[in-house]
Design a binder for this molecule. Structure first.
Ligand code: MN
Ligand code: MN
Length: 325
């Protein structure tokens, strides 16, 4: 099946021309009829240090014009398998944090109600919390999580008694019962911490934290084989914080930490998500004001394409049913 929704043909309209949309796909008014909805969440009100991720969706759209139709390594051609388009940005205002979280949740709930799976571009990492709220409610169960990140994002409070920042979303999600911590894997964690026991709470919940040192020692295949075993075949969300990648390759982000994944390792790891039941995914924390020559937005766009390929392949396989039936 070739979907109705195809990227603009680069042989007709060159890559640098035309309006910028995710993967040069059509921009549509609703997710009805789509398998996957590419959506921007231009909001960085949860940022604790360097801001700018609100500009992420627009620049990732721009750089995604460099993506072609098919994955050279896996052979997946997503637009031949599923219906995917750009549904634009969620309606979200920049001033009132609690109102913004409600707006994001409502926007994702609408995408779910139309039967599509959200693949979003943030925005800071707090945007993932309302996305998880909507998805978990739509599916009626807590989700598993694969998180690529330099940071665990399971801190409790900031600046006094503030529970909602981009350093706290996964603690809140566990407390709210929308993530199952025993089906959570955090990959690439590193950097100086506020306290030697900073990740004690996360580990006590059962989260599997794969620090960057272990990642480097074991390699992508072993790490992702373990992640797939932990997640199993139940619904899983994938969140990709661009700061998981080394700042020499992805400098445009709010909280850079040296010694990170290479972009090639990150691509390999995302491809090795294949086989999981991915019910939603995102790329977050691309901050164009801190970027250099668009390299971080390009990296974000490429990871977005890799996620799209893995999700398209999974949807297509589930639609066909188990082999031999
Ligand atoms: Mn994060
Ligand atoms: Mn991070």
């Amino acid at each position: 099946m070739t979907s109705l929704y195809q990227p603009m043909d680069a042989a007709v309209v060159p890559r640098f021309a035309g309006p910028a949309s995710f993967m040069r796909l059509p921009v549509v008014a609703s997710a009805a009829g789509l398998d996957i909805a590419l959506v921007g969440i231009p909001w960085d009100g949860g940022t604790t240090n360097r801001p700018g991720a609100r500009h992420g969706p627009r620049e990732v759209r721009n750089q995604s014009s460099l993506m072609r139709r098919a994955n050279h390594h896996t052979g997946v051609a997503p637009y031949d398998l599923i219906a995917v388009a750009d549904v634009g940005d969620l309606e979200v205002q920049p001033i009132d944090l609690m109102a913004a979280l409600r707006q994001i949740e409502a926007g994702i709930a609408a995408i779910c109600a139309e039967g599509a799976v959200p693949l979003s571009v943030g925005g800071d990492h707090l945007t993932t919390l309302p996305v998880l709220r909507a998805l978990s409610r739509a599916r009626g169960e807590p989700l598993g999580l694969v998180q690529f990140d330099a940071h665990s994002d399971t801190n409790d409070r900031y600046f006094g008694d503030n529970p909602y920042t981009h350093g706290t979303p996964f603690r809140r999600a566990i407390e709210e019962g929308i993530l199952d911590p025993k089906r959570m894997v955090q990959i690439g964690i590193r950097g100086s911490v506020y306290d030697p026991d900073e990740h004690g709470w996360a580990k006590a919940q059962g989260i599997r934290i794969v620090y960057i040192e272990e990642c480097a020692a074991r390699g992508p295949e072993a790490v992702m084989a373990e992640a797939r075993a932990i997640l199993g075949d139940r619904p899983a969300y994938v969140t990709f914080d661009i700061d998981s990648i080394d700042p020499s390759m992805a400098p445009g982000t709010g909280t850079p930490e040296i010694g990170g994944l290479t972009s090639r390792e990150a691509q390999a790891m995302v491809r090795l998500l294949s086989g999981l039941n991915v019910v939603g995914a995102d790329v977050v924390e691309v901050s164009p004001p801190f970027d250099l020559g668009g390299i971080t937005a390009l990296t974000g766009a490429t990871i977005l394409f890799e996620l799209l390929c893995v999700m398209a392949e999974g949807i297509d396989q589930r639609r066909r049913g188990p082999p031999g039936v």
